[in-house]
Design a protein around this ligand. Structure first.
Ligand SMILES: [Zn+2]
Length: 264
C-alpha cells in the first residue's frame, strides 16, 4: 500500500554505497523507518542524499509495520530550516539535533501526533531565523515541554503534586508580609521531583528524596511559561538542566546531545 504524508527526516544513516536508511517523523503516520534506495546516486529521483531535517511530502510503500518501509517519492518543501542553514550556528544545530533525538526516543512507530509534528516543524522554522542563543534555549525548553505533553508525560507545574497547593507567582507589588501565612511564602521553597512528575512544596519535600530545589525565577517561569521570554540566561540554563535530568530519568539514560546544550 502506498501512503502519502508530510514528513521531517529526524535520522539519516548510510546503508550502502547508494542507499540510506531514514527515520521520518510524519504528520499522519507518526514515526516511520524507511529505506531510500539509490538516494546517494548522482541522478537520484529524490534530488540527492537526505540530510537530517529535510522536510516535504513523501510517498512510501508500507508492506509490513515490523519492517522498514520503502520510500518511493520525495518532494522537498524547504519549510523548516535545513541542516545547511542550521550548521552555520553550532549551538542552534545542537539544539535541533537534541530535539530530534528526544522526538525519536519518546515516540513509537506508527503512533501519530499531528500537534507534535506541527510543533517540531515550527521549532525548526524558528531556529532557522535570527534567534539569539538564549532565545534558542527558550525554544528548546518549550519544545521539550510540548513533547512531554503530547506523549502523555506532561509535568504538573501549577501546584504541589502531593498536597495540591496552588503555586502562585511572586508578585512584589502585592507581597504579603512574611509574618503572615500564605501559599506564596510556602512556595518560596519550591522543588521538582521526577518521580512524581511535578512541583513539590516545602511542606511536602521531605517525602521526596529525588527532589531538586528550584530558584524562585525558575519556579515562576515553569508555572507561567510566558515568563520564559525575557528570562535571564542563568534561569534558562537552570530549567534546561532540570529538564535534561527529568528526561534522563524518563529514558533511563542521558540523551546523547545533552552535553552540547548544557555547556552553553
Ligand atoms: Zn505540598
Amino acid at each position: 500500500m502506498l501512503i502519502k504524508d508530510t514528513a521531517i527526516c529526524i535520522r539519516a544513516i548510510d546503508y550502502s554505497e547508494t542507499s540510506q536508511i531514514l527515520t521520518f517523523f510524519t504528520r499522519d503516520s507518526g514515526k516511520i523507518g524507511a529505506i531510500a534506495k539509490g538516494s546517494k546516486r548522482p541522478k537520484s529521483s529524490f534530488g540527492g542524499p537526505f540530510e537530517i531535517f529535510s522536510c516535504g511530502k513523501i510517498v512510501f510503500a508500507d508492506s509490513n509495520k515490523e519492517k522498514l518501509s520503502t520510500l518511493t517519492e520525495f518532494e522537498p518543501s524547504f519549510e523548516g530550516a535545513g541542516f545547511s542553514t542550521l550548521s552555520a550556528n553550532l549551538f542552534k544545530l545542537n539544539c535541533c539535533l537534541f530535539g530530534a533525538e528526544l522526538l525519536n526516543k519518546l515516540t513509537h512507530d506508527y503512533d501519530p501526533h499531528p500537534q507534535l509534528f506541527d510543533d517540531f516543524l515550527q521549532f525548526l522554522k524558528n531556529a532557522g531565523q535570527g534567534t539569539s542563543n538564549s532565545d534558542m534555549l527558550t525554544l528548546l525548553i518549550l519544545f521539550q515541554l510540548s513533547l512531554l505533553k503530547e506523549t502523555g508525560l506532561k509535568p504538573v507545574l501549577n501546584c504541589c503534586v502531593n498536597c495540591k497547593t496552588q503555586y502562585s507567582i511572586r508578585n512584589t507589588q502585592n507581597a504579603i508580609p512574611d509574618t503572615q501565612y500564605s501559599i506564596r511564602n510556602t512556595h518560596h521553597e519550591v522543588y521538582f521531583s521526577s518521580t512524581v512528575n511535578g512541583l513539590i512544596c516545602r511542606d511536602c519535600e521531605a517525602a521526596f528524596p529525588d527532589k531538586i530545589r528550584l530558584s524562585p525565577d525558575a519556579a515562576d517561569c515553569l508555572s507561567n511559561l510566558k515568563l520564559l521570554v525575557g528570562a535571564q540566561k542563568n534561569t534558562l540554563k537552570e530549567i534546561e538542566k532540570l529538564l535534561t535530568l527529568h528526561l534522563t530519568e524518563i529514558l533511563g539514560h542521558k540523551p546523547k546531545m545533552a552535553k552540547y546544550i548544557l555547556s552553553l
